[in-house]
Design a protein around this ligand. Structure first.
Ligand code: RIB
Length: 297
């Protein structure tokens, strides 16, 4: 069983601030850094660190060479990466004193995926293989349709949430991984249980996982509901916490672990990641996650 992540790669321009800049305000940042990121890249690295054999497909642009090198160094297969002469996808990220972030995205190279690239890449994958997607690249509806036709298990993290998602057939998804806000945006219900009921009625094949920040996470499937508490830590930077959770969660599913175990491992990996700065650079190794889980319920 293989996993393909068709996803974004970003250069993250990160600014530490006392508070998020307000409309009309000019604010001096306390520090600045350029880090590897992008929900796609972060999730591929989390998958690899969690022990999965993962390929990353997507588009690198001008200035993004180091992102491909980092994926390779992290053990991710980069054979399906294409090169474009567009500017590399990027993000401007403010991180405040509490470690919370706000993110401004520019698609750039991430929006240069071609339909030929989609069909040629997916031809290398078959029934039972996993496909991981976020909403930072173009051609999402085509990728979902092609992967479904091939019998792949499609996991979508519909982030950032926007109108373009309406063109995606959610009935073809295996798992939907969302935070509380996205769950409400997709279903119209603020309460995760009610969101699940609505989504399940509409898309009976779909499994739903909702991350709830310091409240942990909850998964809904036809077999029942599984809850996992968060592991409390002092947050330094929450960027990529959700991506870390996603990578570890899917790697757990691929290993055939119980849902509770997948969520527990993902929750610990994500807790460790928020104690470190940066996105991809904050993702812990599998051994570290397992050691931290020893003796804990
Ligand atoms: O989830 C965090 C990521 O969101 C950042 O690395 C940024 O690039 C945006 O894609």
């Amino acid at each position: 069983m293989k996993v393909l992540n068709f996803g974004s790669l970003n250069l993250d321009y990160v600014y530490r601030v006392e508070h998020f800049v307000q409309p009309g305000e000019t604010l001096s940042a306390m520090s600045q850094a350029v880090n590897p990121g992008g929900k796609g890249l972060n999730q591929s690295i989390a998958l690899a660190k969690a022990g999965a054999v993962v390929s990353h497909a997507g588009c690198l642009g001008l200035g993004g060479e180091a992102l491909g090198e980092l994926l390779q160094k992290s053990g991710v297969d980069t054979g399906f990466l294409h090169f474009t002469d567009s500017i590399q996808g990027n993000a401007v990220i403010q991180v405040n004193a509490e470690g919370q972030n706000c993110i401004l995205l520019f698609g750039g190279s991430n929006h240069c995926v071609t339909d030929t690239q989609v069909t040629e890449t997916l031809a290398h994958f078959a029934e039972g293989d996993y496909l991981v997607l976020q909403n930072e690249i173009n051609h999402l509806p085509l990728i979902v349709d092609e992967a479904y036709r091939r019998g792949m298990k499609i996991v979508l993290n519909p982030s950032p949430y926007n109108e373009k998602l309406r063109a995606v057939d959610f009935g073809k998804l295996h798992w939907l991984l969302v935070n509380e806000v996205e769950a409400a945006q997709l279903s119209g219900s603020k309460e995760p249980e009610a969101a699940w009921r609505k989504l399940h009625e509409q898309y009976p094949r779909l499994n739903l996982l909702v991350t709830l920040g310091s409240e942990g996470s909850v998964a809904f499937t036809v077999k029942g509901t599984v809850r996992q508490a968060a592991f409390p830590v002092k947050a330094v930077d929450t960027t990529a916490a959700g991506d870390t959770f996603t990578g570890y969660f899917i790697a757990g599913l691929m290993e055939g672990r119980s849902l509770q175990d997948c969520m527990r491992r993902a929750s610990m990996a994500s807790a460790i990641s928020v104690t470190r700065t940066g996105a991809a650079t904050s993702i812990p190794e599998r051994e570290e996650v397992e050691k931290a889980l020893e003796g804990r319920t």
